[in-house]
Design a protein around this ligand. Structure first.
Ligand code: HEM
Length: 529
């Protein structure tokens, strides 16, 4: 018995030595610097995925180890503009297989998770129709009606002597979810006003951290996924029933009854199945729409919430933006897509600065060399061995002082052209800054919904500033969502909105207090009637 035990111990030690030896001495990435734990195991990133601070871990690792870090045995993360170009704009690159973990029940891919390039192109074309700028013109009235619901909720919080504190995280999440519900399903989820319908955003909030753990530490999937499925079986069942009900309600209506993803794709189907290149209607519904709600709703909600956070902290930015909105428009109903909104340059600068300082997907968008491409992949001068995942940390790059001086200061004016007289050096720096702005990622796997996101953010922020003044809530309530002095590194900046990185960020607060401006609210009530 003793001998068998000794054999087992020896075997485990030998295995351990072999794995460690391989990863540190023989592995093709052995020469790259990085944290010892990260070079040995995906557990390093997995642990930070559980903590929700992969973005901070990446930022810190770059400070310590330089612009290229071996963050996991088979992963290299970069922090340079050259790497952005070489990775996200390269035709040799494909999305990393770890994205399959983000699939709903692991089955058929969506536009977001499709790995095969021709398959992805088909899916992207179909989704692209629903969220193109042209299509948004027809969708704008629906979007505006949801923003009015949001504004009316804020109005309700304005009590003359005792204003209510509004927690912006749920407000912005529900707004974004309701808008995307209309865009995808033509369905009014009414999460803004009806507590019972908040099942879907809650399901996403629970799901994202688990999926992120699998993406960072794939081996945990086998062990953890069955347990998660079992623990969440009741919720998943309820979630699927809601989704199935919504799908069948929409399919019962005529195709053109609403301006949504279904109506656009269904029109294509009428032209012929061949043009849809094999994508079935039910498949489009189940996968794409689920994806749209999860990715598009969550990210835009975060972006809007973050804008409110920074405006409530930076009074000069607040004053300048309020003045721009209030002098450009003469009524709340005038605020809509068009040249007037486009002329609000400071609004765009505030949004861009928020997306830079607080990116809704703050981690690393992992890619690998397309397995079908024969050429070697070279990133920022490094020849990348096959099987290596490469990426750039979104938060890290957009806090790299080489491209963004004073990266932790909220400075919308950095986005305004011609603010100061520029020589060739300054112009070069400005070009580099713009190219390092990657909240939507880049290339053919970059965000397809950028136009929707900008429209939604611009309308919501502009309309809120038209009808209201706001400030952070008094006392401790006002600090919710901020960093805290003495907290762990990266969580200790009091004026930084804290993101919990679960691929799509989660957050708390800000808690704000709103005051209705004069009697403009009468116009708001009239519009919503
Ligand atoms: C501020 C809000 C948003 C941000 C910051 C954002 C960011 C991103 C990022 C970084 C990606 C690439 C993900 C990756 O490579 O893993 C992405 C993909 C995507 N986003 Fe967004 N997004 C936002 C809003 C939206 C909205 C509102 C929609 C749709 C209405 C949308 C549709 C998509 C689609 C379809 C993809 C997949 C593209 C592909 O793989 O071809 N996004 N988004």
């Amino acid at each position: 018995m003793d001998t068998i035990f000794q054999y087992i111990v020896c075997f485990i030690i030998a295995l351990f030595v072999a794995v460690v030896g391989n990863r540190l001495v023989i592995h093709p990435l052995r020469a790259y610097p990085g944290p010892l734990l990260g070079r040995l195991t995906n557990g390093y990133a997995g642990w930070h995925a559980i903590k929700g601070d992969v973005h901070l871990m990446t930022y810190r690792d770059h400070l310590k180890y330089g612009p290229v870090v071996r963050q996991a045995p088979n992963r290299l993360v970069f922090n340079t503009l050259a790497a952005v170009q070489d990775i996200y704009l390269s035709p040799l690159i494909a999305k990393a297989p770890i994205y399959t973990f983000t699939r709903f029940r692991g089955v058929t891919p969506s536009v977001f998770t499709a790995l095969d390039k021709p398959d992805h192109r088909r899916r992207r074309r179909a989704v692209g129709q629903a969220i193109s700028e042209r299509s948004m013109r027809s969708f704008e009235p629906t979007m505006l009606s949801q923003i009015d619901v949001f504004l009316l909720q804020l109005l309700r919080s304005c009590r003359p002597n005792q204003p209510q504190v509004v927690d912006m995280t749920p407000r912005c999440k529900y707004l974004a979810m309701d808008i995307i519900g209309h865009l995808a399903f033509g369905h009014a989820f009414r999460t803004q006003t009806d507590e019972t319908l908040r099942l879907i955003p809650r399901a996403f909030a629970g799901l994202n951290p688990v999926v992120y753990l699998f993406m960072n530490w794939p081996k945990t999937h086998r062990l953890v996924d069955p347990a998660v499925q079992w623990l969440l079986r009741a919720r998943v069942g309820a979630f699927r029933r809601v989704l199935a009900g919504v799908v069948s309600d929409r399919m019962a209506l005529p195709r053109d009854a609403k301006h949504d993803l279904y109506s656009l794709v269904a029109t294509d189907e009428r032209v012929g199945q061949a043009q849809l290149e094999g994508i079935r209607r039910s498949e489009i519904w189940g996968r794409r729409v689920f994806f749209l709600m999860r990715v598009c709703g969550t990210t835009t909600g975060t972006a809007i919430c973050s804008v409110f956070y920074y405006l409530s902290r930076y009074s000069a930015a607040y004053a300048r933006l309020a003045s721009e909105i209030r002098t450009t428009f003469s009524s709340g109903s005038e605020i809509r897509q068009g040249p007037q909104l486009a002329s609000c340059k400071y609004l765009r600068a505030v949004i861009d600065e928020t997306l830079r300082i607080c990116p809704p997907t703050p981690g690393v968008m992992w890619r690998e060399k397309d397995p079908l491409s024969p050429e070697p992949l070279v990133v920022d001068g490094h020849v990348i061995p096959p099987g290596t995942l490469v990426g750039v940390g979104t938060y890290s790059l957009m806090h790299n002082p080489e491209y963004f001086p004073e990266p932790f200061s909220f400075r919308p004016q950095r986005w305004l052209d011609g603010a100061v007289e520029e020589g060739p050096k300054e112009k070069e720096a400005r070009t580099a800054m713009r190219r390092a702005f990657i909240p939507f990622s880049l290339g053919d796997r970059g965000c397809a919904g950028k136009a929707v996101a900008y429209l939604e953010m611009s309308l919501t922020v502009a309309k809120t500033l038209w009808y209201f003044d706001f400030e952070k809530a008094p006392a401790e309530a006002g600090d919710v969502g901020s960093g805290r002095r003495g907290a762990t590194e990266g969580r200790d900046r009091p004026d930084e909105y804290q993101l919990h990185d679960s691929f799509m960020a989660d957050h708390q607060g800000p808690n704000l207090v709103f005051r209705a401006r004069a009697d403009y609210w009468g116009d708001l009530i009239k519009t919503s009637e």
